[in-house]
Ligand binder design. Sequence first.
Ligand SMILES: NC(=O)c1ccc[n+]([C@@H]2O[C@H](COP(=O)([O-])OP(=O)(O)OC[C@H]3O[C@@H](n4cnc5c(N)ncnc54)[C@H](O)[C@@H]3O)[C@@H](O)[C@H]2O)c1
Ligand SMILES: [Zn+2]
Length: 364
Amino acid sequence: MHEKRLTIPGQAREYAVSVGSGLFQNASVLLGTDVYSKVFVVTDEQVERLWLGKLRAGLPHVDGMISLPVGERAKSIENVQRIWSAMREAGCDRKSLVVILGGGVVGDMAAFAASTYMRGVAFAQVPTSLVAQVDSSVGGKAGFDFDGIKNLIGTFAQPAAVIIDTDTLETLPERELVAGFAEMFKHGLIRDAEYFTHLSQKPPKDYTAAQLADFIARSVRLKSEIVANDEREAGERKIVNFGHTVGHAVEALSWESREPLLHGEAVAIGMVVEAELSQFKGYLSAQDVQRIRQVLGAAGLPTAVPAYPIEKLFEKMAMDKKNERGKVLFTLLKRIGEAIYNETVSDDVLRRTLQGSMERAHAD
Ligand SMILES: NC(=O)c1ccc[n+]([C@@H]2O[C@H](COP(=O)([O-])OP(=O)(O)OC[C@H]3O[C@@H](n4cnc5c(N)ncnc54)[C@H](O)[C@@H]3O)[C@@H](O)[C@H]2O)c1
Ligand SMILES: [Zn+2]
């Protein structure tokens, strides 16, 4: 068993993130399950098939579980209700532990269900996708999509523990692995230029399991440092939203198209557009923007906005949670490795940048 343990400072309490191979066999100990009255598992149908058995080997005592349909469409109020009902049927009380096994979809949604059930019970994140391992399992954002808008309803709720067993990446489809790299590139771009360079060396699938484990630990550390000072995103934490203003709008519109994008893919497109906006503001050089576009593209990520109606993109961006007093506020890059938040750009510049990106997609 190869393991790294990080202690994540939290305003309410600290929690441990364990990263390594073979951790599932030790799950009960890592989660400290004996202090809880009930253990309830939430997963999705795909991860259930691939990994529930392995987790159960290290977590023999489970009082109830629910397995939800796969995919972003499942991140809904209906499925939150199904979790609450299943918890009630399993007899969960306030001293229960909800163990969340899966990607960011069940991660966000079940954390919301747990943090509101009986005004909140403890939950542990056991992320199995790379996106969830490097990003969504740490930081305590919980919620679901509503009225076609990503994460419109949610809470902040910190996990009791996080177990990242890197063996799970063995079964992750390559497209999902690459999507996870988008969030890792983001961590480098906003906070750690050297990390961005490290991540740029090879295509994602060519890294060894040990290298991936090191990257995951580095991303978790970077994200947790940013979140620690600002759990509820009053200010500094907004930098983790780099790429997400445009990215969430693109992601939501892609669901209505014939080619839905993964979250990480939409974020990659968003990061390139927001890098271009950063250049327009005089922060990034043209070479830096070109480097970002080239590195993301070489990893296998899309870098140009699909041909969606610009007005629809504006409508989605108008609903972004970082906005204040009706103004769309961006996180931009001062340089590679440093971000700046609450930045505005004129509608005209935004429109021209989106248009330019779409034209580039056509030219490619
Ligand atoms: N809370 C946050 O801070 C935060 C950060 C980033 C992303 N998110 C959210 O996370 C979601 C995206 O996460 P995701 O990409 O993990 O999506 P996901 O949960 O849909 O997982 C992606 C797919 O991979 C499958 N899968 C997961 N682990 C697997 C494994 N080990 N082997 C094979 N298949 C596996 C899942 O069944 C699913 O089909 C979005 O809803 C996004 O908004 C939240
Ligand atoms: Zn994201």
